[in-house]
Design a protein around this ligand. Structure first.
Ligand code: SER
Length: 589
């Protein structure tokens, strides 16, 4: 059965059991501060579990794009080194929101695996939560009894909180779970040692494929468990692993999900997959990472210098370096795999097809920019390795790792990976100290000192009249001095002002304050909460006086036009190129 058919069979099976198909939510999480990326199918249903929202359908089935490279669920170091972890993977799930519970979840899972996909019952093991004293929870007897009716008791394994109590993060919905594991070893190997002893033991051929979570609690920030208003089912099956089991392969990468990608890489590099351990890891890392990178870019997360963007940049740089060192790619190559992403995943995830060209462009730019410094960085690392060897040391210092980061764009985990490959370790604490020192230096460089407000006239509130007028009679309510390396400037608050404070990307107005005796130039206007603050280089000699505030009309008019034009441009780009066009920031001056 081809992967596409395996996926559609899952959805159809649950549709036949009155489940509604729901498309995957984006892999990039925008509205949940506890998560950067979707790390489980249940993320989009979190509010339904917590009772904050009524689920649209009581039964749902889907295939969710997930990324596990940060936070509580992080598999990055395993990816490519082994044959069954991924950065981005699809999680097939069926869901009950306050509807069916353990009985149906267990019975349907078994039916699908053994009767529909035809997996060998003798190769399957199941696990049940054994209870946890710390959380004051007993064993999951109900799940145990349900499994006992289906499988021989010696195929049921009792599991600890670590393996059999599923939590989304430090807080959030959670509950005991039952996992289904499969033993994919040869018959001879199975005869020698029971698969049961290898479950949850990091064995490449004895792997978890499906996790049935029985959502019953909410973990709150003091660490305690509160019962949920209703009980729910959240199941997650690793699609790539299922495909491997159904297709009788010994590695996820040998399935038709990855084969076209491996073939393309082999063709381009002239190397053969399956001949050498280091090259094989490189092949696997690259074909894994290209999926993660493409899917996140399609969902609007561009590689960048911080937060979620930096996670993507790190993954991309890791792939580039594997290609460079082990497959001999010294020119951008990753972007050439994006047509395969579109061709293989465009049916179920149309966004990767719609945005194929855009994804390729972003990846190309990133690759090209990292390749400009990669070679010099690797040369520096070679020198470091030689120096350490000469002095019989084996720790790369924090300072060195920081220089590699700062000068050559080497993410810390990349340096650490190269260190490991060479039998060296890395002083991560030292790196953190250097990083902090740099932050302090840049803070100091931009530091300024702000004096206290000095009252000049009575404060009866601030009136903004700038939408209708470019001139107004006004008084200064208060001022303060701001000193930095360049000298002193002043900030004024007026009782009435036509000056537009910087906002929505439109720069603040400039202009003049004119009294009978003097004319002071306003060089900028910004907002500080409810205050409109006018920046001037010289304090008026007679601040109590009456002033005429006058905006530089020609500049304001041009700026307003440009602001409108940015919105028109944005709308036109969306219309012509598509909805993936997003404004990331704006400077209208
Ligand atoms: N939430 C569970 C998991 O991620 C099952 O979907 O493993």
């Amino acid at each position: 059965m081809e992967a596409k058919k395996i996926r559609s069979t899952f959805i159809e099976f649950f549709q036949s059991k009155q489940h509604h198909y729901v498309p995957s939510s984006p892999i990039v999480v925008k509205n949940d501060p506890t998560l950067m990326f979707t790390n489980a199918g249940m993320n989009q249903f979190k509010d339904a579990f917590l009772g904050n929202e009524i689920a649209k359908y009581p039964r749902v089935a889907n295939s969710q794009k997930c990324l596990r490279v940060s936070g509580k669920h992080n598999d990055l170091e395993e990816v490519g080194v082994d044959t069954y972890h991924h950065t981005m993977f699809e999680m097939l799930g069926n869901w009950s929101f306050g509807d069916y519970f353990k009985k149906e979840a267990i019975e349907w899972a078994w039916e699908l695996l053994t009767e529909v996909y035809g997996l060998d019952k003798d190769r399957l093991y199941v696990s049940v939560f054994q209870g946890d004293a710390g959380d004051n929870l007993g064993m999951d007897q109900e799940a145990y009894d349900l499994w006992k009716a289906i499988v021989p008791e010696d195929r049921i394994i009792m599991g600890s909180k670590k393996d059999n109590f599923w939590e989304m993060g430090d807080v959030g919905p959670c509950g005991p779970c039952s996992e289904i594991h499969i033993d994919l070893r040869s018959d001879a190997e199975r005869a020698q040692l029971a698969g049961k002893d290898l479950v949850n033991n990091d064995h490449e051929q004895v792997i978890e494929i499906w996790n049935l979570v029985f959502m019953q609690f909410n973990r709150v920030s003091d660490g305690s468990l509160k019962p949920l208003p209703a009980t729910h089912v959240d199941t997650g099956m690793g699609f790539e692993r299922l495909v491997r089991a159904v297709q009788h392969k010994s590695s996820n990468y040998d399935t038709d999900l990855f084969a076209p990608f491996l073939a393309a890489l082999a063709k381009k590099s002239g190397k053969v997959y399956g001949e050498d351990l280091s090259t094989d890891i490189a092949f696997r890392v690259i074909v894994d990472h290209i999926r993660a990178i493409s899917f996140t870019i399609a969902d609007g997360q561009l590689p960048s210098n911080n937060k979620a963007g930096y996670v993507i940049r790190r993954i991309l740089r890791r792939a580039v370096r594997y290609g460079y060192t082990f497959l001999g790619f010294h020119e951008p190559f990753l972007h050439e795999l994006t047509p395969l992403i579109a061709a293989n995943f465009g049916d179920i995830f149309p966004e990767v097809r719609q945005q194929q060209e855009f994804i390729a462009k972003v990846i190309f730019e990133e690759e090209a920019s990292f390749l400009r410094t990669l070679d010099n960085g690797l040369k520096m690392l070679d020198q470091i390795k030689a120096d350490l060897k000469a002095t019989n040391e084996n720790v790369i210092s924090g300072k060195t790792a920081f220089d590699l980061y700062d000068t050559f764009g080497f993410p810390l985990d990349l340096t650490s990976l190269i260190a490991r490959e060479n039998g060296l370790s890395l002083d991560e604490k030292g790196f953190a100290v250097e990083m902090e020192a740099q932050k302090t230096r840049s803070r100091a460089a931009s530091e300024s000192e702000t004096g206290d407000w000095v009252m000049v006239n009575e404060d009866q509130g601030v009136e903004f009249v700038g939408y209708d007028y470019l001139k107004a009679h006004c008084q200064i309510i208060k001022y303060r001095v701001v000193s930095d390396k360049k000298g002193d400037k002043y900030q004024l608050v007026l009782d009435k002002t036509p000056f537009y404070a910087e906002s929505g990307g439109q720069v603040g107005d400039t202009g003049w304050l004119i009294s009978e005796t003097e004319k002071v130039k306003v060089i900028d206007t910004k907002r500080e909460n409810d205050l409109i603050v006018h920046f001037v280089e010289n304090l008026p000699k007679n601040p109590e006086a009456q002033f005429g505030a006058e905006v530089d009309a020609a500049k304001r008019f041009a700026t307003e036009n440009n602001h409108t034009a940015t919105h028109l441009l944005q709308a036109a780009l969306k219309e012509v190129l598509g909805d993936h066009i997003q404004q990331r920031g704006s400077l209208v001056n």
